[in-house]
Design a protein around this ligand. Structure first.
Ligand SMILES: N[C@@H](CCC(=O)N[C@@H](CS)C(=O)NCC(=O)O)C(=O)O
Length: 232
């Protein structure tokens, strides 16, 4: 039992997590804010996410899920909002804040990026046989991901973070996707995005979460290239 685990018994935050999955957003947030927590490690390899006990916590059998304040929650965006409201107001932008709307937009834009990452993960990794995959879908999704990332690069612009007022949970939500996107999209033509990524990953909270993530079990290659569409 670690020091974090011990203090988690008081704070009550328990995170169900699979290495490299969207639950990394919550893991990063918890390290970023220093909130005590306990991590329940799951794997996509077995049937743990389809166990009725876990489905009672997360209806689609997805991570993240958390136990907090005597109840359970699913959906990373909802969990981040709740954590900001109840424990880390500096990471949120409360109602009435001039950047409230922008904060909500970028916090949830993370799932616009997430849907392309999920498609690319399915095409390159989950579908194991070549005949199951579509090079057209792989290229289309990589292109759509690149366009969605352009939107992030424009929002950051000359700032350090998405919002002018500073780092927030929106950067954590987006940052997970930006970090993962480098496995499918090259950042060579987007120095602003590359610099944003470098700032995100240099944060001690990100580094601590990376160290706590667990052995990679989804992404093993640095880059997943879309194959040629020509008949072989
Ligand atoms: N919108 C949800 C998506 C959660 C999600 O799809 N998580 C993936 C991992 S990145 C998962 O648990 N997949 C397991 C499955 O599809 O069976 C969130 O942001 O929490």
């Amino acid at each position: 039992m670690t020091a974090d685990d011990r203090s988690a018994e008081d704070s009550g935050i328990r995170l169900w997590h699979v290495p490299q999955a969207r639950s990394f957003r919550i893991l990063w947030f918890l390290h970023e804010t220093g909130l005590p927590h306990r991590v329940e490690r799951l794997s996509f390899a077995g049937k743990a996410l389809r166990d009725p006990a876990f489905l009672a916590i997360s209806p689609a059998g997805r991570v993240p899920a958390v136990q907090i304040d005597g109840a359970t929650m699913f959906e990373s965006g909802a969990i981040l909002e709740y954590l900001c409201e109840t424990r880390a107001p500096h990471m949120g932008r409360a109602p009435g804040h001039p950047e409230r709307r922008a904060w909500l937009e970028w916090l949830h834009y993370a799932e616009t990026i997430g849907q392309h990452l999920a498609q690319l993960t399915q095409q390159h990794i989950v579908l194991r046989e070549d005949w199951m995959r579509s090079p057209t879908v792989m290229r289309l999704e990589a292109m759509r991901l690149a366009r969605a990332l352009d939107g992030v690069a424009r929002a950051v612009g000359g700032q350090d973070w998405t919002l002018a007022s500073g780092f927030s949970a929106a950067d954590v939500a987006l940052g997970y996707g930006v970090h993962l996107a480098r496995r499918f999209v090259r950042f060579d033509d987007s120095p602003g995005l590359a610099a944003y990524h470098a700032r995100l990953t240099a944060r001690p909270g990100f580094q601590a979460a990376l160290a706590a993530d667990g052995a990679p079990e989804i992404y093993t290659r640095d880059f997943y290239e879309a194959p040629d569409d020509q008949p072989r």
